[in-house]
Every structure is written in structure tokens, then in C-alpha cells.
Design a binder for this molecule. Sequence first.
Ligand SMILES: NC(=O)c1ccc[n+]([C@@H]2O[C@H](COP(=O)([O-])OP(=O)(O)OC[C@H]3O[C@@H](n4cnc5c(N)ncnc54)[C@H](OP(=O)(O)O)[C@@H]3O)[C@@H](O)[C@H]2O)c1
Length: 328
Amino acid sequence: MRLLILGGTQFLGRAIAAHACAMGHDVTCAARGVAGKVPDRARFIPVDRDTPDGLAPLAGEAFDAVVDVSRHPGQVRRAVAALKHRAEHWTFVSTVSVYADNSTIGQRAVAAPLRAPTAPEIEHSTEETYGSAKVACEQAIGEDAFICRAGLIAGPEDPTGRFTYWPMRLHRGGEVLVPGTPDDAIQLIDVRDLAQWIVHAAQTRLTGYFDGIGPSYTRGQLLADCAEALGSSCTFTWVDRAFLESHDIKRWSGPRSLPLWLPLPEFAGFNTRDTSPARESGLTLRTISETARDTLFWARTAGGPDTGLTDDGEKAVLKAWHANRSHR
Ligand SMILES: NC(=O)c1ccc[n+]([C@@H]2O[C@H](COP(=O)([O-])OP(=O)(O)OC[C@H]3O[C@@H](n4cnc5c(N)ncnc54)[C@H](OP(=O)(O)O)[C@@H]3O)[C@@H](O)[C@H]2O)c1
């Protein structure tokens, strides 16, 4: 295939380009080149998608398939206008943040209600409008495309550090502060599995709306499997939501967070999506052990992101938790 990736300079886009090159496809990546470099065997064409004629450098090119990872409706609308009629297959990488209901368990992509899209004049998404902007992007593309709504993406080169926090923390060993209960659900996908499926979808001309994510684990099982894969000797101290919130521990990501923690029951549906349609359409998954080992290896060799609770921060919360319990 002659495959165009609108993106390709970081994480998922880069993994798609790397996998497609490894499969022998003719890969072009178009981006500014600000986020990073494209894989060695891919061709790079500099474009700035925020300008009205930003895709002009692609004017004389022909592609069998296009993959777009943008989160900005203006960029997506311009790409559809300039390129969609010239490609046989179109993939848009969307997100499970498009869904309006995060609490109902076991929802499927085709039936789940969506957030309202951002207004037509909105060009860029922000952290607050991310999900709505992705809905607007999806609507700009239309039905005859592969709309891949990714869940939490894990693995080497993840700039967010959300999953990476856990292999790094488990590797340090000792008493590990963990949120909620061992039975809480958690759902993610290795970036390389997602990349492989996206290339497979382009090859097989798959269209429709899918969630791109792996099966639901319990947090207890996921952490135990990761610890075993890393040969880590640690114990888990499960701390409830009220205590964590009273100590200003943030949810999901960023400084002073316990990454991947979402409060229940509000988010009971976020990590329990029914992804059997994806697996029936070619998505294959490696083990969480492999993801944990490779993520840790990358984080330690490349100096991966530093995020979540610090060592001292974790010790202080654990100390307060044990003091609180001994006074009961
Ligand atoms: N990470 C997760 O857990 C997660 C979860 C759900 C869904 N997703 C979705 O998965 C995708 C992840 O994509 P990704 O890892 O490749 O990262 P990304 O941050 O979405 O990448 C954006 C890409 O677009 C390029 N770009 C940005 N502004 C541009 C401009 N003005 N002109 C041209 N190119 C521009 C960037 O390259 P330059 O900066 O070099 O131009 C980069 O390659 C996104 O669609 C995201 O919404 C992610």
C-alpha cells in the first residue's frame, strides 16, 4: 500500500508508520516535525495543517490509504476536503472520550450515545473540549471510513506516562500505594497492537465505528501480572477514594496523580467497554506482561516521562493511611 499518515512523528502515529514499514508498505508521514522524527524507512513531508493551504505539499501525491491522528476539527476538515476523494481507505483515530455515558457497563461503539460535537466554527480542541472535538472530527469524515476510538494507549514512547508510572513504580518494589479496590476494572491497549490493527484495517478496507482497546482486567490482576513479569517484589496497599481525595491525590494523570485511577461509580463504564467487535475484525493483543516489560525497558533507557506521585509523596500518604487506621 501507499500509506499516508497525517502525523507519524510521535507515539501512535510513529508506531503505525514503523509497523507499516516493517510490513513492506510505502509509507509517507506528513507533519510539522515538531513532536519528533518519523521512523527511518518512512518518507517525511513537512506540512502545517493549521494553515488554509497547509496540505499543498501533498498535492501531486497518490495514496491507497490515509490514517489521521488529529484531534482538531479544523485540521480534519481540511484533510478530508483535500485528500479523502483521492484515497481508497480512510482511518481516523478517535477516542473513547467521545462517549456521553461513562457509567454504564459493557457498552458497544455502534450503540453508545455520543457527546455533542463542538460548534462548526471551532478549529482547535482543548483539554476540556477534547471528546466533543473528536465527535466533530468524526462527523467531518462521514460513514465510509474506519473510525477507531482508542482507549488508554500504553507502551514504549508514551509521552503521557500514565501506564508507564506503574511498571516504573513496581520495579522499585516495596509497599505500593494503589487506588480503590483490587476488583476495580481497567482497560488499555498496547500501542503496537493498535498500530498493527490500524494497518490491517487499511489493508482489508475495514470501515465502521469500533473501540480500539483490549479486554477489561481487574486492577489487582493487572498489577499482579505486571509485578510478576518485572520480577518485582512488592506489596499493595489499597486506599479508598475518600482518603485519597482528602490528601489531594489527583485522578487519571499528571503531577500528584495515581495514574489510571478514575472514581467509581461515575466511571464504571469507562473501563468495561465491550470490545469483541474489534477482536472479530482483526485486533490481536499481546500479553500485559510483554507491555509492562517493554515499557519499563523503554522508560529506563530513554529516560521516560516522570509523572504521577513522587516517591516522597507516596510515602507520606502511606504513612498517613497507616496512622489513620491505627487510630480507629
Ligand atoms: N494516548 C492515549 O492514551 C490516547 C487515548 C485515546 C485516544 N488517543 C488518540 O490517539 C492518537 C494518538 O496519536 P499520536 O500518539 O500520534 O499523538 P498526537 O499527539 O495525537 O499526534 C499529533 C500528530 O499530529 C502532528 N501535528 C500536530 N499539529 C500539527 C500541525 N499543525 N500540522 C501538521 N501536523 C501536526 C504532530 O506532529 P508535529 O508536532 O511534528 O507536527 C503529531 O505527529 C490521537 O488521535 C489521540 O486523540 C490517544
